[in-house]
Design a protein around this ligand. Structure first.
Ligand code: THG
Length: 367
């Protein structure tokens, strides 16, 4: 197989030495940074994630920091989710839209204080858009990418492992909230969140120098819990309906098409750049939407590029993520389907690289 050449542009992370020592088998590139995708195999990693606890180098979830008197105003310009009720210590999953209502990113917003926010971004260069707005509107706010690298601890034993390193107080952190914890004399934000449905935490590691000490402390404390290095798992995230920006949606899609309408309060999100466009399209309602789809037959190959979806020979959508699920014994998939064919139980055909496969629209995601 050809290799990807490493260079300064493809950034390493504070945990890369640990990831390599743990035997990483494959990476992807995310926000111009290395993101592991496979350790043993996607299926072995999946089983271990669901049964034990893993430590994930998700440094590539870079932070866009907004700091200053206009930070909250700028934050509300970015998203149709109403942020007025959001308190320091909370995390919000927020669609970010442009002036057409198109999705630019789907990050987690972290409110550190009234005038300091982190936007924990998915894979698009959101920093440039945010800097452009701050300067174009002459806002009193600093926008930059701080030296903050998230480390996720995910799986059913995550709470026990975290309590050993940070103390029992981590057990009190509620879902999508964070609190501050000390490690080697440094204050770190620790949130109950993460890109899996198995439960867990994300440590916002501020200062790359403590990356490997923290990595090593977690592995030393978790030996008897069978802790392993892991990464966002393709199978598990599809089962859970966790969307991947750039794969399952792009700037051609509105939040409503992505099923993210529940994270929009477009009427009250005053100041949102895409508000007028979204109010216009919301009147009609979306004509295509993301749906869980089960593809029949044995394991499909990896889904690079969308697979066309047909019904009665007519194109009705596309599949953008798909993998064989050992637990559900089908190819769990995420696709974008037209209104006429998005109802649960609808039978369609998916053009995979292995040929046409029968598939069925599901009522809900699997977990
Ligand atoms: N954590 C942090 N940053 C991130 C991600 C993360 N940046 C990139 C990427 N992931 C952003 N995308 C998502 C997608 C889904 C979720 C979080 C970030 C998520 N969704 C939950 C769900 O859909 O069940 C909960 C949403 C909610 O109820 O608020 O967690 O993972 N730091």
């Amino acid at each position: 197989m050809p290799q990807i050449s490493l260079s300064r542009r493809l950034r390493r992370t504070p945990f890369s030495d640990g990831v390599q020592a743990a035997g990483v088998k494959a990476y992807t590139v995310y926000n111009h940074m290395l993101l592991p995708t496979v350790f043993e195999s996607v299926q072995v990693d999946y089983r271990h994630l669901k049964d034990h606890v893993q430590v994930w180098d998700v440094s590539c979830e870079r932070q866009v920091e907004l700091r200053g008197p206009d930070a909250a105003r700028l934050m509300q310009m970015l998203t149709p989710r109403d942020l007025r009720g959001m308190l320091p210590g909370q995390c919000f999953y927020v669609p970010i839209v442009d002036e057409t209502g198109g999705m630019l990113n789907d990050p987690v917003a972290v409110k550190l204080s009234e005038d300091r926010w982190w936007v924990s971004i998915a894979d698009s260069d959101l920093l440039l858009w945010v800097k452009g707005l701050a300067n174009g509107y002459r806002l009193d706010v600093l926008v930059d990418e701080p030296d903050v690298s998230p480390l996720a601890v995910q799986g059913p034993k995550a709470e026990d492992l975290m309590a050993r390193v940070f103390g029992d107080r981590v057990r009190d952190i509620r879902f999508f909230k964070f609190d501050m914890f000390q490690f080697e004399g440094r204050d770190l934000a620790v949130a109950r969140s993460g890109y899996s449905k198995q439960g867990g935490f994300e440590i916002y590691v501020e200062g790359g120098d403590i990356g490997m000490p923290l990595w090593n402390a977690l592995f030393a404390a978790g030996e008897d819990l069978q802790v392993r290095a892991g990464c966002p798992n393709l199978i598990e995230r599809i089962e859970g309906g966790l969307l991947s920006y750039g794969n399952d949606m792009t700037d051609d899609n509105t939040p409503h098409e992505c099923g993210l309408g529940k994270f929009c309060n477009t009427h009250t999100a005053i100041g949102c750049i895409g508000r007028d466009a979204l109010l216009r399209v919301a009147k009609e309602g979306p004509v295509q939407q993301i749906r869980p789809i089960a593809i029949e037959g044995d394991a499909v190959p990896p889904c690079d590029g969308p697979w066309p979806v047909y019904a009665n020979g007519k194109r009705v959508g596309q599949v953008t993520s798909s993998a064989w699920s050992p637990d559900f014994k089908t190819n769990v998939s995420i696709g974008m389907l037209r209104l006429s064919h998005w109802d649960a139980g609808t039978n369609v055909e998916v053009e995979t690289p292995d040929g046409m496969r029968r598939a069925t629209v599901q009522e809900r995601f699997w977990i």
